[in-house]
Design a protein around this ligand. Structure first.
Ligand SMILES: Nc1nc2c(ncn2[C@@H]2O[C@H](COP(=O)(O)OP(=O)(O)OP(=O)(O)O)[C@@H](O)[C@H]2O)c(=O)[nH]1
Ligand SMILES: [Mg+2]
Length: 232
């Protein structure tokens, strides 16, 4: 197993070390942290991890315009360069439990892209207020209706790629940044004929740190599906 897990971080000081420790329990998994110069010092914690596990933890320090999409692009490109066969992306806030990494990897035996999905068995989300569940569920219906995407969870950030499939995605050409980045990435994969599978995960709302979801990110999410539809 040669797996790399890309984690974009912005102000995840309380979460990163515990998360990395849990991921490193899995043999054959490396971590690529992409930190956006977090004011809370997450980057320094990532450097400490890299010093403690030089073969298994890499840190990319970004400066300039911050963004989840750009950070994921940098991390995914680094993962490809590093020769990983399976490339994961997941959030830093424990919403995506590392215990599911082997499930996603197993599903990638006969898939190019595996999604850790909240909506395969009803709604498997813990500690979300009702309005958040309604918003996310509505967003997924809207995205599927506008873009023609098939998966039940188009906005999940927990993903596993086979390297050949990820290498075919023109990452530099992706235009969006927030949740919309995830939708655009998935849309490209579906258009390129990737075999996409979903495996169920239980998603747990963050306990530590603050959300970075802003109104501009939500606005982008409303518009990007239409751009993707017109691109067809
Ligand atoms: N590098 C980088 N990472 C980011 C940025 N914005 C968000 N992230 C990371 O992206 C992941 C998801 O962000 P969250 O704030 O948890 O967004 P969310 O999960 O939709 O919202 P919550 O439910 O409130 O947690 C986390 O690991 C964040 O640290 C950014 O601008 N740059
Ligand atoms: Mg989160």
């Amino acid at each position: 197993m040669n797996a790399a897990v890309v984690i974009a971080t912005y102000n995840e000081r309380e979460n990163l070390k515990g998360l990395a420790t849990a991921i490193l329990q899995h043999i054959g998994y490396r971590i690529i942290v992409v930190d956006d110069d977090s004011p809370d010092g997450t980057g320094a914690i990532a450097d400490e991890l890299a010093a403690a596990f030089p073969d298994r933890v890499t840190v990319i320090h970004r400066t300039g315009a911050r963004g989840l999409g750009r950070s994921l692009v940098a991390g995914l490109q680094r993962a490809l360069q590093s020769g990983a066969d399976l490339i994961f992306q997941m959030d830093a806030d424990f919403s995506h439990d590392p215990q599911y990494l082997p499930d996603l990897a197993a599903a990638a035996h006969d898939a190019d892209l595996v999604l850790g999905s909240r909506y395969l068995r009803g709604v498997s989300v813990v500690n979300w207020p009702l309005h958040r569940i309604v918003l996310s569920s509505f967003a997924n219906r809207y995205i599927r209706a506008v873009t023609g995407l098939v998966p039940s969870d188009c906005t999940t950030g927990f993903r596993c790629w086979r390297r050949e499939a990820l290498a075919r995605i023109p990452l530099d050409g992706l235009i969006s940044d927030g949740y919309a980045f995830l939708v655009e990435q998935l849309h490209l994969a579906q258009r390129l004929g990737c075999r996409i599978r979903e495996v169920p995960i239980i998603f747990v709302e963050r306990r530590e740190g603050a959300s970075k979801v802003s109104s501009s990110v939500l606005l982008e999410s409303a518009i990007v599906p239409w751009r993707l539809r017109l691109r067809r």
